[in-house]
Design a protein around this ligand. Structure first.
Ligand code: PEP
Ligand code: MG
Length: 590
């Protein structure tokens, strides 16, 4: 594994995982769960058991984080790894059957305190005990207790980091981990980049940084020990490198690189108005993926012909209660209107797994396998009131411009049938209310992102109006690699023949069923994969808006016949290394 490298001049180089390309140079802001708002309220007697369960879920999550940090620490130089390991072990110990844990459970049961307040009370008591000890080493343990408590409270409240908007422009955020909800609060006009200790390149936080055009590096071991607020660092997003206290030479080098990138971006802008056509005139539809409404301007500026994937999770993040139909309707309508007649593909709520939404708190009582649990369409079909409100909002928004409805994580045709029944009910209800909707009703499509769905895509094509192939989850579920886990990030590979065969199978099934098929996973936005996707027969791509110009540039270099022949050769291979070489060779010809 890669580690920190001190250099002769005193700058320190940390290697991590390339998250979002670009160069950021600036002072660090270390984001910690320091200034947490701690809610305090009395819980009714009947809720005591549920509150203790909620606390235990936060304990589990905290333990899991500590285990991940320890794995990460193992890649540091031996002495640092040992020191950090001891500290993390001490923290883990405080979370198992300790005075702290017992104190919290007692406070919930006896005083009927909510879990956050109970943790706060227990920390104060235990920390007071430590701090009063004459031994300075033991007294310092009080800080550890507070740190463990802050971790617990953050996991209980799922509080996003506060105060990003109060940062000085040009600041770089450094954190143990950023959740998608944290990333949603980042304003790229203020924040220049970010680097974290945990997290992989395919997680939703990484996706959001790419959409925001924010240089980012993830999975950087030992980073937090190497910086304090105000330290100057360089984030090299493409190389996955963080340089702390850069020398004047390094700064000059990266300033130059930043200028080159800016110039390249300006040149690429010229391509925005040109058609997305291959050399032989094959037209490729180019759409944008949107995580946040404020990306609409960038989608239009980059020449998006529509929104191929609107991730609606943003409406449920950083809030205590889910938005009602009216609020969702207003938000969606604004987007539809802003797209000025271009189609907006609205995906229904895709929470669960790594995308926890605090607003739905209770639904996520620590499933053993979050990625395989009650998430996405499964949750919507269980929480039908929530689902009906979202469908009603989408249908109402469809009166203001072309809209498509997209269902996440579909596994079988039965789920699509169930959705159609619920949709028909919502339509009847809206008609009774005399509400305007698109006529005909919006098409209903499914994400192909579960291997079982890809393998039965011919059956699904008979039930769905379009497919959107989600290669991020498809790769994760096919290869059994957690897309957000930096420890296995090196194994995550969309060029695995198993993944490619599923993409091809689903694509062909869609074509036979005469329904539109797009690819909207991250590979759609990476020009490295463009020739292969086009060669396989893909004609619609949806990606983070900043990726559109570069992918269009690649499309305009490609000859479809040559790409198809190369795709055929690639599909006959069983080794992903060979596939990568064949693809890279083909790309080098352009
Ligand atoms: C995917 O899984 O490829 C996808 C586009 O959806 P998300 O990244 O939101 O899970
Ligand atoms: Mg997905």
């Amino acid at each position: 594994m890669k580690t920190e490298r001190p250099t002769s001049e005193g700058e320190r180089i940390f290697e991590g995982i390339a998250g979002a390309s670009g160069v950021a140079i600036g002072p660090v802001h270390v984001s910690e769960a320091g200034s947490l708002q701690i809610p305090e309220y009395e819980i009714p007697k009947r809720r005591v058991a549920a509150e203790i369960k909620r606390f235990q879920a936060a304990l589990d999550r905290s333990q899991k984080q500590l285990r991940k940090l320890k794995t990460k620490a193992a890649s540091l130089p031996e002495a640092a790894a040992e020191e950090l390991g001891i500290l993390l072990d001490a923290h883990a110990l405080m979370l198992t059957g300790s005075r702290l844990v017992r104190g919290v459970e007692q406070a919930i049961a006896a005083k009927r305190l909510n879990a956050e307040a109970a943790v706060q009370a227990a920390i104060s008591e235990v920390a007071r005990g430590f701090a009063s000890l004459p031994d300075s080493y033991m007294a310092a343990r009080a800080d550890d207790v507070r740190e463990v408590g802050a971790r617990l409270i953050r996991n209980l409240t799922e509080t996003p980091f506060q105060g990003f908007s109060r940062l000085q422009p040009g600041t770089i955020i450094v954190a143990e981990e950023l959740s998608p909800a944290d990333a949603a609060l980042i304003d790229p006009r203020i924040v220049a980049g970010c680097a974290t200790v945990l997290g992989g390149a395919e997680g939703h936080t990484a996706i959001m940084t790419r959409s925001l055009g924010l240089p980012a590096v993830f999975g950087v071991a030992g980073l937090l020990g190497g910086v304090t607020n105000g330290t100057t660092i360089v984030v090299d997003g493409a190389a996955g490198r963080v340089i702390v206290d850069p020398t004047p030479d390094t700064l000059r080098l990266y300033e130059g690189r930043r200028k080159d990138l800016e110039q390249e971006r300006r040149q690429l802008r010229r391509i925005v108005t040109l058609p997305g056509e291959t050399r032989d005139g094959t037209v490729i539809g180019l759409q944008a993926n949107l995580e946040l409404p404020r990306e609409v301007d960038s989608a239009l500026a980059m020449g998006a012909q529509g929104i191929g994937l609107l991730r609606t999770e943003f409406m449920f993040m950083n809030r205590e209660a889910p938005p009602d139909e009216e609020e969702q309707y207003r938000t969606l309508t604004e987007l539809v209107v802003a797209m000025g007649g271009r189609t907006v593909t609205i995906r229904t709520l895709d929470v669960g797994g790594e995308k926890l939404a605090y607003a739905l708190g209770d639904q996520f009582a620590a499933p053993a396998n979050p990625a395989l649990g009650l998430r996405a369409i499964r949750l919507s079909l269980r929480q039908t009131k929530l689902f009906e409100a979202q469908l009603a909002a989408i249908l109402r928004a469809s009166a203001h411009g072309p809209v498509r409805i997209l269902l996440p994580l579909i596994g079988n045709t039965g789920e699509v049938r169930q959705v159609r029944e619920i949709l028909a009910k919502v339509v009847r209800r809206l008609k009774r209310r005399g509400v305007a909707m698109a006529d005909p009703l919006p098409p209903l499509g499914v994400m192909i992102e579960v291997p079982g769905a890809a393998l039965t895509a011919d059956a699904l094509a008979a039930h769905a109006d379009f497919f959107a192939i989600g290669t991020n989850d498809l790769t994760m579920y096919t290869l059994a690699i957690d897309r957000g886990d930096e420890a296995v990030a090196h194994l995550y590979n969309p060029l695995h023949p198993g993944v490619l065969r599923l993409i091809q199978f689903a694509l062909h099934a869609g074509m036979r069923g005469r329904i539109p098929v797009s690819v909207c996973g991250e590979i759609a936005g990476d020009p490295r994969y463009t020739a292969l996707l086009l060669g396989l027969g893909v004609r619609e791509l949806s990606m983070a808006a900043p990726c559109l110009p570069r992918v269009k540039q690649r499309i305009r270099q490609i000859d479809i016949t040559a790409a198809s022949m190369r795709a055929q050769i690639i599909m006959a291979q069983a080794d992903s290394g060979r596939i990568a070489a064949l693809l890279d060779d083909f790309n080098a010809l352009a």
